[in-house]
Design a protein around this ligand. Structure first.
Ligand code: ARG
Length: 333
């Protein structure tokens, strides 16, 4: 009975809509089965529930799109992508360096934004006052107070072991630990246009071939121009093995990086998309599987997009934030 209560509770805790009914009926079945005292079936149902449910238990709200029929656009192909619609990627942050759009980021709580460490390079600066973030942005050049929340950056924390080979004169190797967290000066207000993205939980797997999305205001082709309106692309997770093949990145993809894209190329993130999340849906929630980090030019065949691997880097992120917030549990995911 004790176990039953735990299982029923954990099954009820997840907020997923489609699968909800399945788990509700599963948990109810467990009660029924118990009444009928069929211990073998109870154990079977329990095992199914325990093996699947932990990945669907959410302590807090994150990764939910509030605008139900936020549609993808058809116009403007952008490195194989399409124009997005307002509110479709409510965790997408636009980061401005001295007023110029430079990188993207991902909202993970009302005060913290995730981005790529390499956004803070000798070409820019590590000075928080040089940076601003806009949440709920869509038209980069238009100010629309109905959607946008503008925030100053209070501090920038870059991964201590971030290393860019580029600055060492090695151009064919992606940066290591390409992650940074930004604290905003004033809490964000979550609404239809601004929402936090979930972080992967330990053990979450974003498997090869899984469909994920990347959005940004980056170049529409290598050496191209920046669009004014947010665009999005669907990309597929690529295994480290495939990404490390000779014709791809030839063994340079290390553990803190991951790849996504297509062998034939044509669809990819590009310059100025950096720091934006690679978003994968699990159990009805959107997760940050990675952050745009690197690539050889953009959308070339076998030259997949390389992302900071958040499955590996999340403990660093949560560690930094909980030290800063003294364990207030502000994170979702
Ligand atoms: N480093 C680039 C930036 O700063 C992102 C490159 C992503 N490239 C790619 N082919 N996926 O915006």
């Amino acid at each position: 009975m004790f176990v039953n209560v735990i299982v029923t509770t954990s099954c009820r805790e997840r907020t997923l809509r489609k699968k909800e009914r399945i788990w509700f009926s599963l948990s109810e079945n467990i009660v029924d089965i118990e009444r009928q005292t069929k211990p073998k079936m109870l154990v079977g149902a329990l095992l199914i529930c325990l093996s699947v449910i932990p990945s669907c238990v959410f302590p807090q709200e994150c990764g939910l799109r509030k605008i139900r029929n936020a549609s993808g656009g058809r116009v403007k192909r952008i490195v194989g992508g399409t124009q997005s619609s307002q509110g479709k990627w409510p965790w997408q942050a636009a980061l401005f360096f001295k007023g110029r759009h430079y990188c993207s980021g991902a909202v993970i709580s009302s005060t913290w934004i995730l981005t790529a460490a390499h956004c803070f390079s000798p070409f820019t600066s590590h000075k928080p006052t040089d940076w601003t973030s806009v949440l709920g942005d869509h038209h980069l050049k238009e100010r629309d107070e109905r959607f946008e929340q503008r925030r100053k950056i209070l501090n920038i924390t870059i991964h201590e072991n971030y290393k860019s080979m580029w600055f060492e004169g090695i151009y064919d190797t992606p940066p290591m630990n390409d992650v940074a967290i930004l604290k905003v000066h004033k809490q964000l207000v979550f609404n239809n246009y601004v929402q936090p993205l979930c972080l992967p939980r330990p053990g979450d797997v974003f498997a090869p071939n899984e469909e994920c999305y990347v959005a940004g205001w980056g170049h529409t082709q290598w050496n191209g121009t920046q669009p004014d309106i947010l665009r999005e692309s669907k990309v597929r997770i690529v295994s480290r093995e495939v990404c490390n093949q000779e014709k791809s990145y030839n063994g340079t993809i290390h553990g803190t990086a991951m790849c996504a894209g297509f062998p034939q190329g044509g669809i990819d993130a590009c310059e100025y998309d950096s720091g934006g999340p690679l978003v994968c849906k699990k159990c009805g929630r959107h997760y940050a599987a990675g952050l745009v980090s690197w690539g050889e030019k953009c959308a070339l065949p076998n030259k997949y997009g390389v992302y900071a691997n958040l499955t590996v880097l999340t403990p660093w992120i949560t560690g930094k934030i909980s030290t800063s917030e003294q364990g207030n549990g502000v994170l979702r995911g």
